[in-house]
Design a protein around this ligand. Structure first.
Ligand SMILES: Cc1cc2nc3c(=O)[nH]c(=O)nc-3n(C[C@H](O)[C@H](O)[C@H](O)COP(=O)(O)OP(=O)(O)OC[C@H]3O[C@@H](n4cnc5c(N)ncnc54)[C@H](O)[C@@H]3O)c2cc1C
Length: 442
């Protein structure tokens, strides 16, 4: 068993909570009725609530947990990207350029919306527009990134830059990769403070959030309105939004059958020597690589720590072992971090989908947005806003993601038993690619 990477005082709570602690809200009884009931108080729910309340709607948000935003929205890595999980080139090869462009443009819009929201609402959340370095793990993936850069420039005017292997140490402190691409339309922020800022704006706009209130049923009435049964009573609503993403459970089986919940972990180092941080991320950009099981690294807002994510450790149960596995996965590619210690390692639930794309739509009159596949910080904020526009009858509520089936698989009831096999298969492909790349360059 490898030596533990845990630092003294190791915490299993999100690093973000140190500066944005969970907030307890006053216990307000459920009303008899509301214009809109929103299930889930993450970014999807709050973003929708903000737009609706500012337009004069009476909005009530139901949250099963003790704290608002207890799901992924206060537990994520804080990358504010402008790409979908499925990249443009493979999407275009699979679905055609038109669809790939329609879907990807929503990721670009989502990014721009979040940046403008932060500015407009003056949310102090350490947003930095630092760009991302995407490192190629093989010459083939460098060639794919070059093509991706061309396509992003052509279709979206995004000025991605290629960095050949000889210069990659300007971006990442290792020779492990084969060059990479700088994606400029990417930033990072403190997700806890971003959430806290949204929460303040939503409460100020008159929205009521009922914590410790789980939605148990949503039934359509004969007049087209809804009755929402909760753990604390029943209320009626003209419209209902479901924003439960990776925390969707068997209460809503149709959605549970379409969401693949992945319990993902994040590790944050203890304060490091600034010289080491400069060595690892010399340009201060965030980092990810192109392996199927990639590692991501970002500088933290305090400028003194690094954050790592990796698939390794996904299926071990205790956070100290996860921390060690994630640190070691980072060190495999970036040896300079092999001895750093981890002060915080926590988990959160991501919502993936079978077509690896986000979904927005309506099911039996219930509006939903979910399945953001790891890109939900901007996408949930954006699609929550879009759902609100739909309720307000605004034609700008349409998106390029509309009108698609939300796929499931036969016999899938919401237990993603196949994930360990997929991660192993991805690991096998990564090792094979690395071996071939080593052979080709020797
Ligand atoms: C570890 C991790 C790292 C991530 N990193 C990034 C990143 O760097 N960049 C990025 O873009 N995305 C990232 N994501 C994804 C992003 O955080 C999510 O997509 C986004 O926060 C989803 O927001 P949401 O409001 O839809 O759902 P959530 O924030 O998950 O909120 C759903 C809420 O619904 C509540 N709920 C569920 N069922 C009920 C019910 N029946 N009644 C009442 N309430 C209910 C839950 O308690 C929960 O609070 C990450 C996710 C994880 C887990």
């Amino acid at each position: 068993m490898p030596a533990s990477a845990a630092a003294p005082g190791f915490k299993t709570t999100p690093f973000w909570q140190d500066t944005a602690p969970p907030r307890e809200l006053p216990d307000i009884p459920l009303p008899k009725d509301a214009d809109v009931v929103i299930v889930g108080s993450g970014y999807t729910g709050l973003s929708a609530a903000l737009t609706l309340a500012r337009a004069g709607k009476r909005v009530h948000v139901l949250e099963a947990d003790k704290y608002p935003g207890a799901g992924a929205s206060t537990r994520n890595a804080g990358f504010v990207g402008s790409q979908l999980w499925s990249k443009f080139k493979p999407l275009a090869e699979k679905l055609g350029v038109e669809k790939a462009a329609a879907y990807t443009s929503e990721a670009v819009n989502a990014h721009k919306y979040v940046v403008s929201l932060i500015e407009r609402e003056q949310i102090s959340c350490h947003y930095v527009h630092n760009g991302r370095f995407i490192a190629a793990h093989s010459p083939n993936s460098y060639a794919s990134l070059t093509k991706e850069a061309e396509l992003l420039r052509k279709h979206f005017g995004i000025a991605c830059e290629m960095v050949p292997r000889a210069w990659q140490r300007q971006e990442i402190g290792t020779d492990f990769f084969h060059g990479g691409m700088i994606h400029p339309l990417t930033g990072s922020l403190h997700p806890g403070l971003y959430y806290a800022g949204l929460l303040d704006r939503v409460l100020a706009a008159g929205v009521t959030i009922h914590t410790k209130t789980k939605a148990l049923s949503i039934d359509r009435t004969s007049n087209g309105a809804f009755t929402v049964g909760t753990s604390r009573g029943t209320l009626s609503a003209d419209r209902v939004i479901l924003g439960t993403n990776g925390y969707t459970d068997h209460t809503f089986p149709w959605f549970k059958r379409r969401i693949i919940t992945i319990h993902t972990a994040i590790a944050v180092t203890e304060p490091l020597d600034p010289a080491l941080i400069r060595e690892v991320l010399p340009s201060g950009r965030t980092f990810i690589d192109t392996r199927m099981n990639p590692v991501s690294i970002r500088p933290m807002p305090d400028g003194r720590r690094l954050q790592f994510t990796a698939a390794r450790g996904l299926f071990v149960s205790d956070n100290e072992t996860k921390a060690t596995e994630i640190r070691n996965a980072a060190a495999f590619a970036v040896p300079a971090v092999k001895d750093v210690r981890i002060s915080h390692c926590w988990t959160g639930q991501m919502g993936f989908t079978f077509d690896k794309l986000p979904h927005i739509g309506e099911r039996n009159g219930v509006l939903y947005a979910m399945g953001y596949c790891g890109t939900g910080l901007p996408m949930s904020t954006w699609l929550g806003h879009k759902l609100a526009l739909r309720i307000l009858g605004d034609k700008n509520g349409a998106t390029g993601l509309d009108g698609r089936a939300f796929p499931t698989r036969p016999f899938y009831t919401g237990n993603p038993w196949f994930l360990p096999l997929i991660v192993q298969w991805y690991g096998h492909k990564d090792r094979r690619d690395l071996k071939r790349a080593r052979k080709a360059s020797s």
